[in-house]
Design a protein around this ligand. Sequence first.
Ligand code: GLY
Ligand code: MN
Ligand code: MN
Length: 437
Amino acid sequence: MIDIKEFKNRRKRLMDMIGSDSIAILPTASISIRNRDVEFPFRPDSDFFYLTGYPEPEAVLVLIPDRKQGECILFCRERDKKMETWHGRRSGLEGALEKYAADDAFPIEDMDDILPGLIEGHERVFYNMGNNQTFDQRVLGWVNQIKNNVRTGAIAPDEFVSLNHFLHEMRLYKSRYEISLMRKAAKISAKAHKRAMESCTPGMYEYQIEGELIAEFIKNGARHSAYPSIIGSGRNSCILHYTDNSDEMVEGDLLLIDSGAEYQCYASDITRTFPVNGKFTKAQRDVYNLVLSAQKAAINQIKPGKHWNNSHDTAVRVLTEGMVELGILKGDPDELIENGDYTKYYMHRTGHWLGMDVHDVGDYKLDGEWRMLEAGMVMTVEPGIYLPVDESLPKELHNIGVRIEDDVLVTKDGNDVLSKDAPKTIDEIEELMANAA
Ligand code: GLY
Ligand code: MN
Ligand code: MN
């Protein structure tokens, strides 16, 4: 059930920011063709959905602050008995008004006739150029059409402004309603990671584990993943964006799973790493516990008053000192950090914003400085160590890739790990896998 009051409130806040001499135009995502008449599953544009909750394709939101006949206009598909018999129900113009609380709704086919008249008289058009070339051309065409009529008294806008600044700042702070959806997405994913641990045995293929994860997502109402799952065993655990998921998993290997469900357009993003046979070797245990201590230390840095990069700096410090202790890196930790030598085995950042998009919107720096954390922000914390076959490493450390990733909400006085149901300590993992065997 969508909370229509919240969507109305978001539109109102945005309109207050853009001001009454402006108009905002936001199309939803385009349909992508997979082949011939087969389409990829449709996923609404996040900005559009954030303001409407409207799930159907072929829709454009237009916001006109202080327009007397109505400020929120939705261009959308009309009801059509035949099309609905073939392709599914539509909410139509009536639904746009009743279910999504638009003030006015028009058929999407009539946009070329109606929209120039709505743009006319406004100084600024808030529109994000560059996402959809075809739509960009149409917007420019409508504005040029008005410009061609200035001699008859038409007032054409003379400024295009990106909506990102206002809208993405709003999206960065999650409301209670959004947090409940993100908590649900994380809970579903945690269940799926548990199921993956319980079902994993040597001799299975990586894609069979993917099947277990996706089955759990769908069974719990999350029809889509937030991103393609990474199911990498053995040497594949050291390929950061491995998505082939095609190899047989063998005795003695680690399995790294980075997989998260999307629930009602909100992402989760969880990584767990565990041994295919359910029992960590000494070398795997050492590396795993190091990554875990870095992750815990980084999570401790997430609270109001800390800045965005504190958790990364902390993870880098713990990982580098630990890699020196384990003999993976040689030298003085301060110098290894200063020179960036640790990036040989830890080459990515410790997190990113999380929300409707897995790598969510929002600035990381303000005026050149790392941003301070505030209640309502959600981020991932995902340190890792990746040890490929490398002559400088002892053989028992080869092909150990470990990443541990959780989804963390900043609260008033600290943080809340939304993905805490996914087993994380060696004892928890080994016990779960032993009991499942
Ligand atoms: N799954 C993508 C990421 O961890 O950033
Ligand atoms: Mn991530
Ligand atoms: Mn991830």
